[in-house]
Design a protein around this ligand. Structure first.
Ligand SMILES: NC(=O)c1ccc[n+]([C@@H]2O[C@H](COP(=O)([O-])OP(=O)(O)OC[C@H]3O[C@@H](n4cnc5c(N)ncnc54)[C@H](OP(=O)(O)O)[C@@H]3O)[C@@H](O)[C@H]2O)c1
Length: 436
């Protein structure tokens, strides 16, 4: 039986479409600049030969790895299912020969006769729910896979219903700030994931995940290994070198964008299920993860954190704290420095992020300064143009709530470039340089 999958592009802050990209503004690409934002997300697709041919944009185009990915996705698809909003957008812009060349089932409340297009695409309008659409799709897929084409709402319904087998995300190093989130409304603990494969392209990182069907409680975390797991290569050299004296942030983020689970408070500093974000550092640490951590700590000479991170972390970190170097806490609360054992002194800085960075630079000497979180602090340094590098350990879990790393980030003036990525079973370690 064919698999049920989806394959979408997503911004680093979790959106699959920018604000303003809707029917009402379809003819007004300047509205919220939606078209240029969309093009940023889709840049990797536009020049590919397969895409150009399929949308009748002309001959030529690139024929490398990205082209192969697009073509394979098309070839495996026996039929697609999409939401009515995605259909309406496409109805307007697809060429007469719509680019599917298979039956397509549209989830809608509106009864409508099938709409047949030249080239083998027929749209069927399904008014009795996602399971019926899937059943009808299976009947005509002839053993091939069924693609949930989008949008986010349709994908979310199939994910929450446990009907998706696997998915791919082309993660682009862009921020939208606002728009349609891929995982907005995901039910925590319903969907467990496993990294199957990560492919690095010049413009995006292709992330492939399998959905594990028997989800276990967070207590029983060791989930069954997928037989399709690839052998993860050890490519630390691409991670190393040449970043002494830089300002770096490093943080673990769930695939739906959270750095904690819900209900953060003193005594539950990572929120409900949030400790799973750090499994790669502890229980599930591989040799590669360990080497990445060693590298981070060896290259840094001082740490800057936010007051909320300090408040929830102080007790569990204990004495000596795990930093082993000076830590500067950005806060509104003036307080005497707090010397701890093992080389850590907590210094409280009340005159802003730049002052904290200046002190940290002086303490770090020729080593890096690590902006270690939380989200609020990292966003401020990123927005102020003070970060040289952003390291995100992308964890294959969906938390459904908590502290969001890129909440309401105004993307104006922020440009990232993919530097490297390393995959381990527990995390995809992504490194971006910030373009100055
Ligand atoms: N997943 C991970 O890898 C990871 C890593 C680090 C942290 N975390 C989690 O992140 C959570 C905290 O993140 P968060 O975003 O909520 O908070 P945060 O960034 O740790 O701290 C924000 C707080 O710092 C102070 N502050 C920030 N900017 C300031 C400024 N310019 N001047 C003066 N004070 C300023 C303010 O506190 P005051 O007004 O009280 O001073 C502000 O409320 C914690 O639960 C922690 O466990 C997760």
């Amino acid at each position: 039986m064919g698999k049920v999958f989806f394959s979408v592009g997503m911004s680093l802050d979790g959106f699959i479409a920018p604000e303003g990209m809707d029917l009402a503004h379809a003819d007004d690409p300047n509205y919220k600049d939606w078209l240029s934002q969309w093009m940023e997300l889709q840049k990797w697709v536009m020049g590919q030969q397969f895409f150009r041919e399929n949308l009748k944009l002309g001959e030529g185009g690139e024929t490398g790895q990205d082209n192969r990915i697009l073509e394979e996705t098309f070839q495996r698809t026996g039929t697609s299912i999409m939401g009515k909003r995605m259909f309406e957008g496409g109805e307007r812009y697809w060429p007469e020969e719509a680019p599917f060349h298979t039956p397509v089932f549209v989830l809608t409340h509106e009864v409508r006769s099938p709409w047949e297009r030249p080239g083998g695409t027929t749209f069927y309008f399904v008014t009795n729910g996602i399971e019926s659409a899937l059943q009808q799709a299976r009947e005509v897929a002839y053993g091939k896979d069924i693609r949930i084409a989008g949008g986010a709402n349709a994908i979310l319904q199939y994910l929450n219903a446990g009907l998706v087998d696997e998915f791919s995300i082309a993660l682009a190093p862009v921020f939208f700030g606002k728009g349609i989130r891929l995982f907005g409304g995901i039910v925590r603990r319903k969907v467990a994931l496993e990294i199957v494969e990560v492919i690095h392209s010049p413009l995006v990182t292709h992330l492939h995940y399998a959905v594990i069907k028997q989800y276990q409680t967070p207590g029983g975390r060791r989930l069954a290994r997928s037989p399709r797991r690839r052998c993860f290569s050890f490519r630390l050299n691409s991670y190393r070198g040449g970043f002494m004296g830089k300002v770096i942030s490093e943080i673990s983020m769930s695939l739906d964008g959270f750095i904690t689970g819900p209900n953060v408070r003193v005594g539950n500093g990572m929120g409900d299920d949030g400790d799973r974000l750090h499994d790669w550092r502890f229980d599930a640490k591989t040799e590669t993860d360990a080497a990445i951590l060693d590298e981070i700590y060896a290259s840094n000479g001082a740490v800057v954190i936010g007051k909320r991170m300090f408040d929830v972390g102080f007790e569990p970190w204990g004495d000596p704290p795990p930093f082993g170097m000076p830590v500067f806490i950005v806060t509104h609360e003036a307080r005497e420095p707090l010397p701890m054992q093992g080389g850590t002194t907590y210094t409280f800085v009340t005159d802003g992020i730049e002052a904290a960075l200046e002190l940290a630079r002086a303490a770090a000497g020729d080593k890096n300064v690590l902006i270690q979180g939380g989200a609020n602090i990292i966003r401020q340094y990123l927005k102020a143009g003070l970060l040289d590098e952003l390291q995100i350990h992308l964890i294959p879990i969906l938390l459904g709530g908590g502290v969001r790393l890129f909440e309401d980030l105004d993307p104006e003036g922020i440009e990232l470039r993919r530097a490297s990525s390393i995959e381990t079973p527990g995390a995809t370690h992504l490194r971006f340089s910030v373009v100055k």
